[in-house]
Design a protein around this ligand. Structure first.
Ligand code: COA
Ligand code: AMP
Length: 633
């Protein structure tokens, strides 16, 4: 089957396309209906089917003779460790972990929060939840206690799983004090916190609440897989919306397993026994889908890498891992390539390693800019494939296919829509479809393919308002771009107030809420300014209350600390400036887009709706004083 046939069938006869893909999954009970659209815009995949995702990821492979194959390789340059777990070993540890969760009273439908560094136990804990039907919610380690607390209050976990510390380059970050602070702030109290003690730091154990992971695991009984409805939730993953309140994206079991297994073969060209590496973090959707679930569903070997692209120890780190473990496909973010390029522009480190078995580099998390594409492509001389996706979808919306049909690449484009995605570009005002090469908002005609979010956790209303109501019959992606005359999709960036910092999705609204809490700040705005390394970084503009005469530098340094404390280091909020006033429309809307253009040195016309054009010159001067935009004339 070529791309055209696959795409056409997926849109015209989704039941037949995804029904066939579902044959690859081991079901406890076959589905009654592939796709149920009776309640659109809510849609359900594989209704009536029963399965267990952990069974499909582990037990099944052991039963089928793959038990001695490596399932996980843990490569941690920061602790100088390389170890591995076979499918049999991973199954054993997962079943024991599931066993202690059960002993702690965790049952099907309960939630468990996982706040872990990049160690095998992060994967084990996710699979253990899946095994007993508990719904996991992984929180990225770079988020501050407050953000963790917000997620605790929303997900209401019975148990929280964490480790004593994470390691970021050469910094050891104790996690336990962060967990303690989060639990103290949160209104909801997890019954138990289970802490994996790492040798670098010992986490304090609060009697009656905290338990030691290793002791529990050692004494646990192995737990069996629980049979779940295809439509039962597998996990909740919180992602940034336009406000400070994160959205709890829900993933089901059946559609997720079917779609992800399909993608391994058809997008990445990966089969059982291959080594696949997603250099991301389990805290992000890329980590969920492509460190944990998809590689294990297909029976491949996945790598858990605790390190950075540079500095652990040098910009050859990725090439070393690829060569040492025989990686066939690497998936990472363009920012990682830019970090390597910055330190090793000529690829001297690459020359030390044999990459003959390496087949392709996949990039996502942000648009691969043509410069980064050209650099990586010239250096590796292997396909470099940009593919676009979101936490909401769980897998790519557009991309290129190693296992279906590989299209010639146009730098800057993430190639073609994936089967299942009836993608359209519309004019934001009229809602009408635009022609080739015309910019607009990218939407997907319903129904969305399997693995896409069925709803937001305990918030159908927000699901409808955010994604479904703006253009009825379509899913609003929040990204803008265009499709060219050959059907290539160019995704140019978010059309809302969501930032993309080093491939991490963050909310400007969330940061503004923090700045606004400073007692001397009257008003503020956060914009995403272009950054050579991280793609975008947040920049704050603050207006002080009248009568505040303290040095601006003091206040700036305080708000920077506040964002780090409230949101986390991951926000990379390092620049802010005091301004007399913010540019606004006559109706009072802050012109963030105009300020972003000024920061990026783009040509800025005077918006017709602006209240007072003179303010733009003040903004130019202010932004220039912190290194953004050309010097004002
Ligand atoms: N736990 C605690 N802190 C964390 C963390 C974690 N899991 N992850 C990041 N941080 C901290 C970092 O230490 C850094 O802190 P600092 O301000 O004290 O230096 C801050 O959060 C920002 O981290 P990061 O965005 O990773 O920037 P960096 O400057 O440390 O590294 C890159 C830059 C490009 C090397 C890095 O972003 C990278 O490897 N990106 C790969 C892309 C990726 O994984 N994307 C995920 C989606 S696919
Ligand atoms: P997240 O939900 O964290 O995965 O972030 C999703 C957002 O990242 C998307 O809405 C896009 O704005 C951006 N993004 C991810 N991959 C790409 C890509 N390949 N091209 C352009 N933007 C991307």
């Amino acid at each position: 089957m070529n791309y055209r046939e696959a795409y056409r069938e997926s849109i015209e006869r989704p039941d037949s396309f995804w029904g066939r893909a579902a044959e690859e999954i081991a079901w406890d009970k076959r589905w009654d209906q592939v796709l149920d659209t009776t309640d659109l815009p809510f849609c359900r995949w594989f209704r009536g089917g029963r399965l267990n995702t952990c069974f499909n990821a582990l037990d099944r492979h052991v039963k089928e003779g793959r038990g001695e194959q490596k399932a996980l390789i843990y490569d941690s340059p920061v602790t100088k460790t390389i170890s591995s777990l076979t499918y049999k070993e991973l199954l054993h540890r997962t079943a024991k972990t599931a066993g202690f969760l059960k002993a702690l009273g965790v049952r099907k439908g309960d939630t468990v929060i996982i706040y872990m560094p990049m160690i095998p136990e992060a994967v084990i804990s996710m699979l253990a939840c899946a095994r007993i039907g508990a719904i996991h919610s992984v929180v990225f380690g770079g988020f501050a206690p407050k953000e963790l607390a917000v997620r605790i209050d929303h997900a209401k976990p019975k148990v929280l799983l964490s480790a004593s510390c994470g390691i970021e380059g050469n910094k050891v970050i104790p996690y336990k004090p962060l967990v303690d602070e989060a639990v103290a702030i949160a209104k909801h109290r997890p019954e138990r916190c289970v802490i994996l003690q790492r040798p670098m730091v010992n986490g304090s154990i609060e009697k009656g609440r905290d338990l030691d992971w290793s002791e529990l695991e050692e004494n646990a009984q192995e737990a069996k897989c629980v049979s779940l409805e295809a439509t039962d939730p597998l996990y909740i993953l919180y992602t940034s919306g336009t406000t400070g309140k994160p959205k709890g994206v829900v993933r089901d079991n059946g559609g997720h397993a079917v779609a992800l297994k399909w993608t391994m073969k058809h997008i990445y060209g990966i089969g059982p026994g291959d080594v696949y590496w997603a250099a991301s973090d389990v805290g992000w959707v890329v980590g969920h889908s492509y460190i944990v679930y998809a590689p294990l569903l297909i029976g491949a070997t996945s790598i858990v890498y605790e390190g950075k692209p540079v500095g652990t120890p040098d910009p050859g780190a990725f090439w070393r891992v690829i060569s040492q473990h025989g990686v066939k496909v690497l998936f990472t973010a363009p920012t990682a390539m830019r970090a390597i390029k910055r330190e090793d522009p000529k690829g001297e480190h690459l020359k030390k390693y044999d990459l003959s078995h390496f087949k392709a580099l996949f990039l996502a998390g942000e648009r691969t800019d043509p410069d980064t594409y050209n650099w990586a492509n010239d250096l590796l001389n292997k396909p470099v494939i940009d593919h676009w996706w979101q936490t909401e979808t769980g897998w790519a919306i557009t991309g290129n296919f190693l296992g279906l049909e590989t299209f010639p690449i146009k730098p800057g484009s993430s190639t073609k829509p994936m089967p299942g995605y009836d993608l359209r570009v519309i004019d934001p005002v009229t809602g009408k479809e635009v022609g080739p090469n015309e910019n607009g908002i990218i939407v997907v005609k319903l129904p969305l393919p399997p693995s896409n979010l069925p709803t937001l956790w305990k918030d159908d209303e927000r699901f409808l308002n955010s994604y479904m109501k703006p253009y009825p019959g379509f899913y609003l992606t929040g990204d803008g771009g265009y499709v060219d005359e050959d059907g290539y999709v160019f995704v140019m960036g978010r059309v809302d107030d969501v930032l993309n910092v080093a491939g991490h999705r963050l909310s400007t609204g969330g940061m503004e809420e923090v700045l606004a809490k400073h007692p001397e700040v009257a008003e503020c705005a956060v914009i995403g300014a272009a950054d050579d390394l991280k793609g975008q970084v947040p920049v704050g503009l603050i207006v002080l209350k009248s009568g505040v005469y303290r040095p601006h530098a003091e206040i700036v340094s305080e708000v920077i600390k506040m964002v780090r404390k409230d949101i986390g280091a991951v926000a990379s909020f390092k620049k802010a400036v005091v301004v007399k006033r913010l540019p606004k429309t006559r109706s009072g809307k802050i012109l963030r887009g105009t300020m972003r253009k000024i920061a990026d040195g783009e040509k800025v016309g005077i918006p017709s709706t602006i209240d007072d054009p003179a303010v733009l010159d003040e903004i130019k001067v202010a932004l220039n004083s912190i290194g953004y935009g050309p010097p004002p004339s």
